[in-house]
Design a protein around this ligand. Structure first.
Ligand SMILES: *[C@@H]1O[C@H](CO)[C@@H](O)[C@H](O)[C@H]1NC(C)=O
Length: 253
């Protein structure tokens, strides 16, 4: 078992060799991408063989490595022995979580109830076991915005209060995904609030004449008023009518 973060030059001792007659050329390791062999003479006449890492391992690419060590002696007839070396590459937390999108967009109606599922974010981590377990938090936790939304362990973003289109038409929240080893990624969620017709028009009298003379000319301004509806577009358009059969009309200015 060798950890994937083992550095180049790390040495791994193999069983004491083998046959005193074997020289450096009589030993072969295949394939030889990751390791080279080094032979040491021992004082007792035996030989010690070391495998030396020359190219880093990466569990996310190769979880096991199988090597064949062959020893050939110089005798006549030539004799050889082989040994199979199975290496399990152990995981290190060498990958950070990565969000599937750098920005997520969602939209809810302003009358959405507390607890409404808004959208789901997701980050994946190539590492194994707890090194690959991701948890989510809402980033801007100092602001009131972050309290208005909550995120579950599964990355579901939930409405945690009440929104009002007339107060805010859009929210932007930062989400951070962290693995158990502390590596993280962040993403942004833009939540648009859509309008519903939840406001009635309000009529406000700005000025009005207490009385008018009976011979006052047509088109004399008698009162000025303001009509307002804070809803958006069609929901906010107002249409004014005045009683029929009275000597007054309204016009827009
Ligand atoms: C929304 O629901 C959450 C969880 O049930 C609760 O803690 C919170 O007080 C609610 N907020 C409002 C404004 O009702």
């Amino acid at each position: 078992e060798i950890n994937e973060i083992a550095v180049v030059g790390s040495k791994f001792m193999l069983e004491k060799a083998i046959d005193a007659d074997i020289g450096q050329n009589g030993l072969q390791l295949k394939p030889s991408d990751n390791f080279i062999l080094k032979l040491h003479d021992q004082s007792d006449g035996g030989k010690k063989v070391e495998m030396i890492l020359q190219k880093p391992l990466d569990r996310e690419k190769e979880e096991t490595v199988s090597l064949l060590l062959t020893a050939v002696d110089g005798g006549e007839p030539q004799r050889s022995g082989t040994m199979l070396i199975h290496i399990t590459v152990l995981d290190a937390n060498d990958n950070a979580p990565v969000f599937t999108q750098s920005i997520y967009k969602a939209s809810i109606k302003e009358n959405a109830v507390n607890g409404t599922l808004i959208t789901q974010v997701s980050a994946t981590d190539a590492d194994k076991g707890s090194n690959g377990e991701v948890s989510y938090v809402i980033g801007n936790s100092m602001t009131s915005t972050s309290k208005l939304f909550a995120i579950t362990e599964e990355g579901n973003i939930i409405l945690n209060g009440q929104v009002d289109y007339e107060k805010a038409k859009m929210y932007e929240i930062d989400i951070e995904a962290t693995d158990r080893g502390g590596l993280s990624d962040s993403t942004k969620v833009v939540i648009e609030i859509s309008d519903i017709n939840d406001n009635s028009p309000v009529i406000q009298i700005i000025s009005i004449s207490e009385s008018i003379v009976e011979n006052c000319p047509s088109d004399t301004v008698v009162a000025i008023m303001n009509v307002n509806d804070p809803d958006a577009e069609e929901n906010g358009k107002v249409h004014c009518i005045i009683s029929k059969n009275i000597p007054f009309a309204i016009s827009s200015s």
